[in-house]
Design a protein around this ligand. Structure first.
Ligand SMILES: *[C@@H]1O[C@H](CO)[C@@H](O)[C@H](O)[C@H]1NC(C)=O
Ligand SMILES: *[C@@H]1O[C@H](CO)[C@@H](O)[C@H](O)[C@H]1NC(C)=O
Ligand SMILES: *[C@@H]1O[C@H](CO)[C@@H](O)[C@H](O)[C@H]1NC(C)=O
Ligand SMILES: *[C@@H]1O[C@H](CO)[C@@H](O)[C@H](O)[C@H]1NC(C)=O
Ligand SMILES: *[C@@H]1O[C@H](CO)[C@@H](O)[C@H](O)[C@H]1NC(C)=O
Length: 624
């Protein structure tokens, strides 16, 4: 059971011998002003003291009832001076009495000193090593505390992914369960062959009062100074006491841990300062996601089926993100109009296009992104941004325009916050996007559009029930297609009146109606045959299968659900020798012409009926 009484103990009693010695011996004069200064009070990136960064992160919003600082007798005066200048209560500084490394207590004993003298047993405690350097603005203490409060049954340990220059043998390394985020193993300074993990734990932990009460027991059993540091304590908690501790990854690096020299100080200071400068360049990040056509298979996959889809370069959504002073979502001038020529103009636009622009999608994806990262223990840098979007995907013709906006925005957020496919795995991203649309916007759909938008190219998807239920996602693979024959899209220039009525196939499927179940199996079969045809470059076979696919859909859904306009577009193509089907849920048709010379004639036939014809340019994934 967690209470809200959380206190914070900052540890700054270590003796930084190497560093003081280096500074002492420096003859360049560069470090003159740093002589005798304790490590925690050295200037960090941007010139602010290392401890000030911590103090700024801790003191906000009254997250902690009280904050204590443990220092040693040698440097006490420095911290006292710092406290009066920084509005830190001087009476909360605890002096551990040590003057040299030989009579140091060890960090766990320093914590115990604070617990005992300030009567803190019974509280939840945040413990921090106040002399570690990190990059400013790189995490949000509120998110850390919320994550801890959300996990009733465990403590929280912060870790970061080590920079390639760092060696595992200098850090406590954690192995974290990717699903539960529990720390499975804690290795104190292992050599690289003992673990594949590059996740380094630092003294930045939130303990429940029950775990805090184990500190005296630990010290009773471990009397040697070398065992009284946090690495050994964490290892004991996890390995021997089987205490549940969750890991949370912070996007920043931590440096200046333990005994370091002046060269480390110099190089990390430069590194963090340069990184901050790069980020402040306000260089916008632009990301695109493409529309798609469903080439084969189930109409919309809530049916555990199989499909093949192709992303197309003709139509895309693009999101743009850049650092800014405040957090802003920018309405799109055409899609989220807020100014109109007249009331009649407002009436016309609203009747034609509804009032559901992309702005709400941006808001929903940001909300879900924060929630996801909070749940998964991924802390986000404290940076504000401006997010905007643009799209040329025609509305209401079923080309996955909404998911394209969500996908592009997700890519922007990931890049902006420096997350990779390790943080949100690629096979999970489609579900993330679908959840945004489903939960936040009540759009009812399946995964397939999001899968092809994430993977791009010609993608074969297997959503078999066994796969979905065992791994939480389908099997997705790229098909290699050389020389695809001409594919075209046709849709009504003014699609507002497609006349289609809502189908009941989904309900019938859920009720187990055999005709529908059998139909869905057949779609999956057609998909497998199509995959074979594509790999054999057998376009006539593919054309036949596309026609079969449409015929099956027509028999399952019925003409009323397909809509007269849609059927007319199918027939125009068929009569001219094309294989035609729906690329999505209706509103447009997708045609394949095995005889490219007929394209011009076909285009005119469609145009005569008020349709727009677009020759498809496939979008294959960028090679990396
Ligand atoms: C290291 O952390 C990342 C990010 O949280 C996680 O995905 C990965 O599984 C961790 N690695 C190990 C070996 O625990
Ligand atoms: C791991 O590496 C260390 C030193 O790099 C070596 O002493 C040890 O034998 C290695 N262990 C194994 C199991 O290979
Ligand atoms: C983000 O924007 C808010 C509102 O303008 C501001 O108060 C806050 O300081 C900003 N945060 C950062 C990290 O810039
Ligand atoms: C982004 O993360 C990677 C690995 O986690 C790290 O090496 C890199 O320095 C980070 N970049 C920024 C700007 O934080
Ligand atoms: C799904 O993919 C995995 C890994 O690529 C493979 O081992 C497995 O056989 C596939 N399952 C099916 C049903 O195709």
């Amino acid at each position: 059971m967690k209470n809200n009484d959380m206190v914070c103990v900052i540890l700054a009693a270590g003796h930084a011998c190497q560093l003081s010695k280096d500074i002492e011996e420096d003859t360049s004069g560069k470090y003159e002003h740093l002589r005798g200064v304790p490590k925690a009070l050295l200037p960090g990136p941007g010139g602010k003291k290392i401890l000030d960064y911590w103090w700024d992160a801790i003191k906000m919003r009254q997250l902690f009832k009280t904050v204590y600082l443990v220092t040693n007798a040698d440097k006490y005066k420095h911290f006292e001076r710092w406290a009066t200048a920084s509005d830190f209560p001087v009476e909360n500084i605890i002096n551990d009495g040590s003057t040299v490394p030989q009579n140091a207590l060890g960090s766990v004993a320093d914590l115990e000193l604070a617990l005992r003298t300030k009567k803190l047993l019974g509280n939840n405690v945040l413990v921090i090593a106040g002399d570690m350097m990190f990059q400013d603005h790189k995490f949000n203490m509120v998110q850390v505390v919320e994550y801890f409060n959300g996990k009733a049954d465990g403590d929280l340990a912060i870790y970061y992914e080590m920079h390639e220059q760092e060696s595992t043998s200098t850090r406590g390394i954690v192995e974290v369960c990717p699903q539960s985020h529990r720390i499975l193993r804690f290795l104190e300074k292992p050599s690289a062959n003992e673990t594949s993990s590059r996740n380094a734990s630092v003294v930045f932990n939130l303990f429940r009062s029950s775990t805090i009460s184990l500190v005296p027991q630990y010290l009773g059993k471990h009397t040697l100074l070398g065992q009284r540091n946090f690495g050994h304590f964490m290892k004991w908690l996890i390995g021997e006491k089987k205490v549940t501790i969750y890991g949370m990854k912070l996007p920043t690096g931590f440096q200046m841990i333990g005994q370091v020299g002046v060269s480390d100080y110099e190089s990390w200071l430069t590194y963090f300062t340069n990184q901050a400068a790069q980020e402040c360049s306000h260089q916008p990040i632009r990301m695109r996601a493409y529309a798609r056509v469903g080439l084969m298979g189930n109409p919309s996959d809530g049916f555990f089926g199989k499909t093949i889809s192709l992303s197309i370069a003709n139509f895309w959504a693009q999101a743009t993100i850049a650092e800014s002073d405040s957090l802003r979502l920018i309405p799109h001038p055409l899609n989220d109009p807020t100014e109109f020529g007249s009331l009649a103009d407002l009436y016309g636009i609203s009747s034609r296009e509804g009032y559901l622009g992309g702005l709400r999608l941006l808001q929903a994806v940001c909300k879900k992104f924060y929630h996801y990262c909070s749940q998964k223990g991924i802390a986000l840098a404290k940076r504000n941004f401006t997010l905007s979007y643009d799209t040329n995907i025609p509305r209401q013709v079923g080309l996955a325009g909404s998911s394209a906006i969500v996908t592009a925005a997700l890519r922007c957020l990931m890049a902006f916050f420096n997350l990779t496919d390790h943080d949100i795995p690629k096979n999970i991203q489609p579900q993330f996007i679908l959840d945004v649309e489903k939960e936040e916007l009540k759009i009812n759909a399946g995964l397939q559009d999001r899968v092809v938008q994430i993977y791009e190219g010609l993608v074969y998807m297997d959503f078999s029930r066994e796969l979905m239920e065992s791994q939480g996602h389908g099997n997705y693979s790229h098909l290699v297609a050389l020389n695809l024959p001409p594919l075209y899209l046709a849709y009504l220039a003014d699609p507002s009146d497609s006349g289609a009525i809502h189908s009941d196939v989904s309900t019938r499927w859920k009720q187990g109606e055999s005709e529908v179940q059998e139909g869905m199996r057949k779609f999956a079969e057609l998909t497998d045959e199509a995959a074979v045809a594509i790999q054999a470059n057998d376009w006539q076979k593919l054309a036949d299968l596309m026609n079969d696919n449409f015929n099956l859909r027509r028999s399952l859904y019925g003409d009323a659900a397909l809509g007269n306009d849609n059927l007319r577009m199918i027939n125009i193509g068929r009569n001219a020798g094309a294989a035609v089907k729906f690329p999505g849920s209706g509103g447009a048709v997708l045609g394949l012409l095995t005889d490219p010379s007929k394209m011009a004639e076909l285009r005119e036939l469609y145009q005569a009926k008020g349709c727009v014809v677009v020759e498809i340019i496939p979008k294959f994934p960028d090679l990396v």
